[in-house]
Design a protein around this ligand. Structure first.
Ligand SMILES: Cc1cc2nc3c(=O)[nH]c(=O)nc-3n(C[C@H](O)[C@H](O)[C@H](O)COP(=O)(O)O)c2cc1C
Length: 232
């Protein structure tokens, strides 16, 4: 092979195609995934949790940097402290709202005390990866962690386990409680566990907070769909 030329592609995965039933199930899981805040206690079996976490770690990441770290919270006192941090931020969020403050305070925005498992997801300190992130290093690392969380969400739904992403917290407070190193940043507190039922629509839609946009607002051809943003 000439120096600098790419190695020939091996297409060994070509036979690994999905049936139409498997495709349909995949879309069903995607559309049935919900952000859950109502949990019924119980537990997540060890092998189920293992599969969900393996799904997270199978996520794509910029330059394959895998900047996610997962911390399973098993100490009840620590969970309570984290719940306190979240409650403080919920109050501060309400105070920062001009309108809809009381409507917001009626919404359930976390299930930290009722969920079976609490997993903190932390963005690891920057390892200096340049591949794919020369122009947007912070965003691309963060996007990679988000991919891992979405994988967990989908895996949890396929396991009939609810998952809720809680972002109401001061990252420095969570970092201190979890002894995160300098340069890292907590991104999510994930509540996981059995639920009585999955919401049929986003809870914020069911509660009249906000609706899903129609496809023509988010999709266009050849140029940004600016007119749709101005329409609001
Ligand atoms: C980055 C991110 C942070 C979120 N943080 C919270 C949160 O702190 N509390 C909450 O109740 N929901 C949170 N959510 C869930 C959203 O409210 C939810 O995804 C949205 O309402 C759509 O509902 P669905 O996920 O059921 O489709 C978060 C979602 C994302 C993607």
């Amino acid at each position: 092979m000439a120096p600098g030329s790419a190695a020939p592609l091996t297409l060994q995965a070509v036979a690994d195609i999905f049936s139409s039933e498997e495709r349909d199930i995949t879309y069903r899981v995607i559309h049935a995934r919900r952000d859950m805040r109502h949990f019924i206690g119980g537990e997540v079996e060890a092998e189920v949790l293992e599969r969900i976490l393996q799904a997270a770690h199978a996520a794509p990441s910029v330059g394959f940097m895998q900047p996610w770290r997962f911390i399973r919270i098993t100490d009840a006192a620590l969970r309570e402290k984290l719940a306190g941090v979240v409650e403080s931020e919920r109050q501060r969020t309400a105070a920062a709202m001009d309108q809809r403050k009381s409507e917001f305070m009626r919404l359930k925005v976390e299930g930290l005390r009722d969920c079976a498992e609490l997993i903190a997801v932390v963005l690891a300190p920057d390892d200096g990866t340049v591949f794919g992130r020369r122009t947007m290093p912070d965003e691309m690392a963060l996007c990679s962690v988000s991919c891992a969380i979405e994988n967990m969400w989908l895996a949890a739904r396929a396991e009939n386990i609810g998952m809720g992403w809680v972002s109401f917290f001061e990252p420095d407070d969570v970092a201190a409680l979890l002894r995160c190193p300098e340069g890292s940043k907590p991104i999510a507190l994930l509540c996981l566990g059995p639920v009585k039922a999955f919401y049929d629509k986003p809870m914020l839609e069911n509660e009249g907070w906000r609706k899903r946009e129609s496809m023509d607002v988010v999709l266009s051809e050849n140029q940004y769909p600016i007119a749709t943003d101005e329409r609001r």
